[in-house]
Design a protein around this ligand. Structure first.
Ligand code: AP5
Length: 209
């Protein structure tokens, strides 16, 4: 399975991609997670990417494309991958087409106010990147990651004004990819409202279609 997953911030891409990766036995390649790791480790790429991420803007294409090319060149991605949050521009989509032939592009869509609610309640583990939500999926012990015991924190870009900016960025720069993949007969669309397992079921049905 070589799958690209599109959708606005907070649509549930990370949550659903983790389950898809497990189901298909391929890695989840999340450009957001890889970039956050670079920022935390203060690498050259992290230093360049940080201000874009904090402002809700996209990191420049050349940096992200080089990063994804390196990641998809790793052995575990040879038999497939779930690309979570990549591509986000036409240039990125064209670059990906030059690297591999994808099977489907999945669009997760949700009403704007639900996107804000999901992002504002999100907590992430600063160590293993596990994702929680204070309302719908809190950690068993408040403030502590179930998987590794590290403190869970609010993401820097989950402040409401930045989430709104990220939604604008998605609308202007990424949503044109819906047409890009539709024109190639690759688009599968799933409404991402409801219980996590129910949405996963809808996605699997859409991918088998
Ligand atoms: P990235 O980390 O990719 O963020 P995003 O696309 O804005 O998406 P989110 O992580 O906010 O949301 P999600 O859809 O994954 O939802 P989640 O499953 O976490 O990117 C961050 C930044 O990095 C970008 O702004 C940009 O600067 C940069 N970047 C990344 N990729 C790039 C690229 N290709 N090019 C350039 N720059 C790039 O769910 C959200 C919350 O809702 C969680 O708390 C979750 O527990 C909860 N939840 C999920 N599903 C449900 C449900 N069904 N019911 C109730 N709650 C739910």
């Amino acid at each position: 399975m070589k799958l690209v997953v599109l959708g606005p911030p907070g649509a549930g891409k990370g949550t659903q991609c983790a389950k898809l990766a497990e189901h298909y036995g391929v890695p989840r390649v999340s450009t957001g997670d890889i970039l956050r790791r670079h920022v935390a480790d203060k690498t050259d790429l992290g230093k360049k990417a940080e201000r874009y991420m904090r402002e809700g803007k996209l990191v420049p294409d050349d940096l992200v494309i080089a990063m994804v090319r390196a990641r998809l060149g790793q052995k575990d991605a040879g038999k497939g991958f779930i690309a979570d949050g990549f591509p986000r521009t036409r240039e990125q989509a064209a670059a990906l087409d030059g690297m591999v032939k994808i099977d489907h592009a999945l669009l997760l869509f949700l009403d704007p106010e639900d996107l804000i609610k999901r992002s504002s309640g999100r907590r992430i583990c600063r160590n293993c990147e596990a994702v929680y939500h204070v309302g719908s999926s809190p950690p068993q012990k408040q403030g502590v990651c179930d998987r590794c015991g590290t403190a869970v924190v609010v993401r820097h870009d989950d402040r409401e004004d930045i989430v709104r900016k990220r939604i604008d960025t998605y609308e202007t720069q990424t949503s044109p990819l819906v047409r890009y993949y539709k024109d190639r007969g690759l688009l599968r669309e799933v409404y991402a409202s409801g219980v996590i397992e129910e949405i996963q079921h809808r996605i699997r049905m859409a991918l088998n279609a």
